[in-house]
Design a protein around this ligand. Structure first.
Ligand code: 5GP
Length: 192
């Protein structure tokens, strides 16, 4: 998706440790028009596939998912990060290691908002090692629901998450795949 790639080149900052900072349009200040174009693109790519719910993860996925959901006409559920171990059994839970913060979070979704009839599109901002996605997939499996597809804004193709998720057989549509990036020069190369 060219407009996202162009925006990454214009405003993205490559940090040490394989981190791409996109605070000015995706992760802190949010470019809602860009999200709208992303939603349009995913609606095209997932056309004809049954989707009745979007699932994302707190926090950066929420804004994107909400704008994208308007293109699918479905509600958004977000997995909450929880410090509480005092869960009452009414939650699906998964442990997710944060790539950016290097800590582990318990993520939870209420059983009220996900059930066996749901056909779920997962949306998230980044794909690195795939931990966040595997946590969300686990939650969908616990609910007996099915994964209709996965939409990622920026996949870092030089990390192994994309390969793991595709090998698991999921339909993964990343709008920009970064094949390499260099913190010393700021150069970013995309997959064709
Ligand atoms: P994974 O679980 O696939 O290793 O990492 C995905 C999660 O980590 C995303 O939800 C995103 O919040 C965060 N993340 C991973 N890599 C980056 C990055 O390069 N830049 C930013 N801003 N977030 C990232």
């Amino acid at each position: 998706m060219n407009c996202l790639e162009e925006r990454i080149v214009k405003d993205g900052i490559v940090k040490e440790g394989n981190i791409l900072k996109v605070d000015s349009f995706l992760n802190h200040q949010l470019d809602v028009n860009l999200f709208d174009q992303m939603g349009k693109e995913w609606a095209k790519r997932f056309e004809g596939i049954e989707i009745n719910k979007i699932l994302t993860i707190e926090a950066s996925g929420i804004g994107i998912a909400c704008v994208v959901a308007r293109h699918f006409g479905v509600p958004v559920v977000f997995a909450k990060k929880s410090k509480s171990v005092n869960l009452d059994g009414e939650m699906y839970t998964a442990e997710v290691e944060s790539f950016t913060h290097k800590n582990k979070n318990l993520v939870i979704v209420s059983k009220k908002f996900l059930n066996k009839d749901d056909k779920v599109l997962i949306i998230d901002d980044f794909l690195a090692n795939g931990c966040a996605l595997q946590g969300l997939i686990s939650i969908i499996n616990q609910a007996g629901a099915s994964v209709s597809g996965i939409g990622i804004a920026i996949e870092k193709g030089f990390q192994n998450g994309g390969q793991i998720i595709r090998n698991m057989g999921y339909r993964l549509e990343s709008l920009a795949i970064v094949d390499s990036m260099d913190a010393s020069t700021g150069e970013i190369k995309f997959r064709d």
